[in-house]
Structures are given as C-alpha cells and as structure tokens.
Write a protein that binds this ligand. Structure first.
Ligand code: AMP
Length: 113
C-alpha cells in the first residue's frame, strides 16, 4: 500500500467505490467517469505505480489482471471488449497504481485518441 495513492485508498475503503469483483489479489470497480457503458477498473492489491515498474516477480499478478478483466467483462455480459493499460502521463495515465480498463458495450474506435 502507498500512503498517498488514490487506488490504495479505495482498497482500504477510505474512498468509496462501486465494487464489481473482489478477491485476495484484485479489486474491480466502476470508473467514476465512464467512457463506455461498461467501464471497469481492475487493480492489483499490490501497489505497482506503473506497468513499466513491473519486474519478473510481478508476472503472475499482471497475468492475473488480464484474467480478472475477462471475468469482469463476462459479468457485464460482454463478449467483445477492450482491455487497456495506460503507462505514463503522455499515454493518459493519471492514477499511478497499475490498473486495467475494461471497456465495452458500444462500438469502440481504433486507434484511440
Ligand atoms: P488512467 O487515466 O488510465 O490513469 O485511469 C484512471 C481512471 O481512474 C480514470 O478513467 C478516472 O476516471 C478513474 N478514476 C479516478 N478517480 C476515481 C474514483 N474515485 N473512482 C473510480 N474511478 C476513478
């Protein structure tokens, strides 16, 4: 846990969130500013600031993140969806705790802006 991390505060229940999925390693909740009918964030309980900080020891937690993303999409009845990880401000990362965006429920343009 990192003291001043927004998503660590959500994990600790200090900031409210709308839970979609939870287990011992991951937590998933609805994005406060959804970009699609389904917009869920999946976070590992382990604090990793950005995906570029990950090392070999994080392989399992990062792999599991994708599997939880699949499970979350299924919970929302999606067969087609997008899984996105932004890394760094120029790529759109605004919260520095690794998170997977699960987006779906409408046609999604490619490439993103
Ligand atoms: P990123 O820009 O990839 O770092 O994604 C951060 C996401 O967190 C954005 O889509 C925000 O809308 C979302 N967000 C920020 N604060 C909250 C919050 N308190 N609850 C839920 N989602 C949030």
């Amino acid at each position: 846990m990192a003291e001043d991390c927004l998503f660590c505060k959500i994990l600790k229940g200090e900031i409210p969130s709308t839970e979609v999925y939870s287990d011992e390693n991951y937590y998933a909740f609805r994005d406060i500013n959804p970009g699609a009918p389904t917009h869920v964030l999946v976070i590992p309980r382990r604090h990793i600031a950005r995906v570029s900080d990950a090392s070999g020891g994080d392989a399992e937690v990062l792999g599991g993140l994708m599997l939880v993303g699949n499970a979350v999409a299924k919970l929302d009845g999606l067969t087609d969806y997008r899984l996105v990880v932004n890394c760094g401000p120029q790529a759109g990362q605004s919260v520095f705790h690794v998170h997977l965006h699960v987006l779906g429920g409408r046609d999604l343009a490619w490439p993103p802006g």
